[in-house]
Design a binder for this molecule. Structure first.
Ligand code: UDX
Length: 437
């Protein structure tokens, strides 16, 4: 099989499919990325991936190429794993990369081929790509486009691919591709992974619906957190209490700075945009509120910081702990942490940032912030500390020791992960979203 697009999703998928025993070719137009992957170097931070990549390069099951001609001949099953970012100046998904894979690959194919879309796309895309493929395919060549959405979480990419919680496959009427897909995922199916075979539209919608639900759950608890704060209640205890109801569940009720990353924000926007195109914008208008609540968390943390700086950020030395959009990742796409750091800096604060993995990406995005090599270096002389991404090393900071480094012991726990009492006992003034401490 081939995996086209070797970003977080594609590189992980390619390496894990090889790990499961398949012969895999990973393809990308980015020469530099392919060169790094060939040498066993993962171009991003994903725990456990490098080991699998190297093992399967060594045993020869996994190879990488930039040549579509070579991969067109190599396999009959092709995974489409390129990005579908938010379009500039609009909420809609940008399908340029998805379409260009079809126009570059399909004219080179001969015989019978199955293209399995993994990228998150607006409903109706698979059918559109099928029309394009039918137009471009050589005579006597059959190319089928099916949709097989990917649910992997960054930083858990390997386990989510090898042991997914479900496999979804969307096929056109009369398709015979299910058997092929059963072979691809034989080991997962043997382990009784739920396998939902449906039409292409449902498969496309499953992915955006899942991410929209997760985003809604986070914004729900963040909205309730605002009420908790005003009324003197505690959102963590509240989330624990409602989470015991297994219809609700405790996961994704972590109140704080909210969601970011390359998926949730752009997926809810693309879902709204597509609903509008289909004349159903009212059905999803609540997602605008989900988005607004989420963005407001960033402003609220900046407002806390302003209050702690005596009403004016100018010149205040602020340390932001975390730049990645979540822990165990180096991804800073739409990162709440970096957004807050950037806003504080634009407001005149002297901002120092530390992240265990995301420093290079953060520096590229926001070159004007000060980046320190160590967490201690970042904390030295701070008048305010903001915990913005809940990395383990931040959760485990010793409040007594840190109090000796900073100029003023004030911390905003924007992820609600610290033991507030222990920090207060060590002399800290602690603020958190959704808790009156
Ligand atoms: C998400 C989906 O979980 C995954 O299934 C899909 O394939 C891709 O999008 P990912 O973007 O890797 O995965 O991140 P996820 O772990 O879902 O976290 C998303 C964001 O929500 C992070 O910024 C995280 O900090 C935030 N979050 C998560 C909260 O603010 N509170 C929570 O309780 C949980």
């Amino acid at each position: 099989m081939t995996v086209i697009g070797t970003g977080y999703l594609g590189a992980t998928h390619a390496a894990c499919m090889a790990e499961l025993g398949h012969e895999v070719r990973g393809v990308d137009v980015d020469e530099a990325k392919i060169e790094r992957l060939r040498s066993g170097d993962v171009p991003f931070y994903e725990p456990g991936l490098e080991e699998i990549l190297r093992r399967n390069l060594d045993n020869g099951r996994l190879r990488f190429s930039t040549d579509y001609r070579e991969v067109a001949q190599f396999a009959h099953v092709h995974f489409l794993a390129v990005g579908t970012p938010q379009q500039r100046g609009s909420y809609a998904a940008d399908l340029t990369y998805v379409r260009s894979v079809i126009s570059d690959l399909v004219p080179l194919l001969e015989g019978s081929h199955l293209i399995l879309g993994k990228s998150t796309v607006p409903v109706g895309t698979a059918a559109e790509l099928q029309d394009l493929a039918d137009l471009l395919a050589k005579e006597n060549t059959k190319v089928e486009i099916a949709w097989n959405p990917e649910f992997l979480r960054e930083s858990h990419g390997v386990e989510d691919t090898i042991t997914p919680d479900r496999i979804v496959l969307g096929l056109r009427a009369g398709s015979e591709a299910e058997e092929t897909v059963r072979e691809v995922y034989a080991s997962q199916l043997e382990a009784n992974t739920p396998f939902i075979v449906t039409d292409r539209q449902t498969a496309e919608l499953v992915k955006v619906a899942a991410n929209s639900f997760l985003a809604t759950k986070i914004s729900f608890i963040n909205a309730v957190a605002e009420l908790c704060e005003i009324s003197g209640a505690d959102v963590k205890a509240l989330a624990d209490a409602i989470g015991y109801d297994d219809r609700i569940g405790r996961k994704f009720l972590g109140a704080g700075l909210g969601f970011g990353g390359g998926c949730l924000p752009k997926d809810i926007r693309a879902f709204m945009a597509r609903a509008g195109e289909l004349g159903a914008d009212q059905a999803l208008s609540f997602l605008r509120e989900v988005d607004t609540i989420n963005m407001r968390q960033r402003d609220r943390v900046v407002q806390f910081a302003r209050e702690e700086s005596g009403g004016n950020l100018l010149g205040t030395r602020i340390t932001v702990l975390g730049a990645a959009f979540k822990p165990n990742s180096d991804d800073v796409r739409d990162s709440p942490a970096l957004n807050v750091a950037g806003q504080l800096s634009l407001g005149g604060a002297a901002v120092s940032v530390y992240d265990p993995q995301a420093m290079a990406n953060a520096r590229r995005e926001f070159p004007t912030l000060v980046y320190t090599d160590t967490v201690e270096g970042a904390l030295e002389g701070a008048e305010l500390v903001i915990l913005a991404t809940e990395w383990k090393i931040f959760r485990e900071l010793d409040p007594e020791r840190v109090a000796g480094l900073v100029a003023k012991p004030v911390i905003i726990d924007a992820r609600n992960v610290l033991d507030a009492r222990a920090w207060q006992d060590a002399g800290w003034r602690v603020r958190a979203l959704g808790r009156s401490l």
